[in-house]
Design a protein around this ligand. Sequence first.
Ligand SMILES: *[C@@H]1O[C@H](CO)[C@@H](O)[C@H](O)[C@H]1NC(C)=O
Ligand SMILES: *[C@@H]1O[C@H](CO)[C@@H](O)[C@H](O)[C@H]1NC(C)=O
Ligand SMILES: *[C@@H]1O[C@H](CO)[C@@H](O)[C@H](O)[C@H]1NC(C)=O
Length: 263
Amino acid sequence: MKSGISIASVFFFAANLACTVNAQTYMTGISMYGDTAGHSDAILPYYSIKDFPVMDFESDDLRCRTTETDISVTGTKVFQVANAGDTITLYWDPDSKTIVTKESSPEYINGPCMVYMSPIENDAKNGWFKIYGSGHENGKWCTDAIRERGGKLDVTIDASIAPGKYYLRGETIGLNNSELSSWDDYTQGAQSFANCAVIEIVAGGDVVPDGESIPGIYNKNDKGLKGNFSDANDGYEIPGPAEYKSSEGNGNKSSKKVSSKGQ
Ligand SMILES: *[C@@H]1O[C@H](CO)[C@@H](O)[C@H](O)[C@H]1NC(C)=O
Ligand SMILES: *[C@@H]1O[C@H](CO)[C@@H](O)[C@H](O)[C@H]1NC(C)=O
Ligand SMILES: *[C@@H]1O[C@H](CO)[C@@H](O)[C@H](O)[C@H]1NC(C)=O
């Protein structure tokens, strides 16, 4: 169960935020096709200090930056996605420094963004498969692309994904101080900013892709997490597992069923 380790790490980071970490963000909501205001009540509850980064990539905080994943307890609303194959929009705090839009505070940190899903039965611990990953494309970081859109990230859910309730985990990673890993020095390392929403796919295919546990998807020494990325180009390697794509392409409902049970 939840140990004191990750709680301690939260307070450690909180205590050090002001002087050592100048980048914070969090996911604020979710919508369909970005055409309505984000539904913030679909996000699992934040820690009281909701914008601290997770730098210990073996911590339980890496999942969703929350201790509460039981939606019957938290009252988290389930966001309904009409069909697998639809595009949903994740909203990130536009005032935060990873994706800041205010010209008066131009400092922000750069890095990739990733989106994962896991069937809700897994209680956010395992079964995570990646549905989206963007590192450095067309000469810019994913965080820059989000920032230019005022905090929005569009993600299409593969049409082969089976109906059901899932945790959806949106994550940006800041790489400005990633020459050292967090285990070497807690003021240095890649900074993960993940939050989870709960979504329900009402209609879809029949695939539940194999997933992995979180923590477990990243290693502190991963090529895309540790290093000096100030001169990164589009060859940047996105961390974590490969993105799930149905082998027959979007819209083909006869995909092979892959079970995530028994992990
Ligand atoms: C991170 O690096 C980018 C690119 O070098 C730079 O534009 C940005 O200001 C840096 N942010 C911080 C907080 O150092
Ligand atoms: C990272 O690389 C850039 C460009 O090569 C360099 O200016 C900067 O000093 C390096 N940062 C560190 C911490 O070594
Ligand atoms: C869907 O996948 C099946 C099995 O691989 C294949 O036979 C079929 O042609 C595909 N249909 C379309 C529309 O791609």
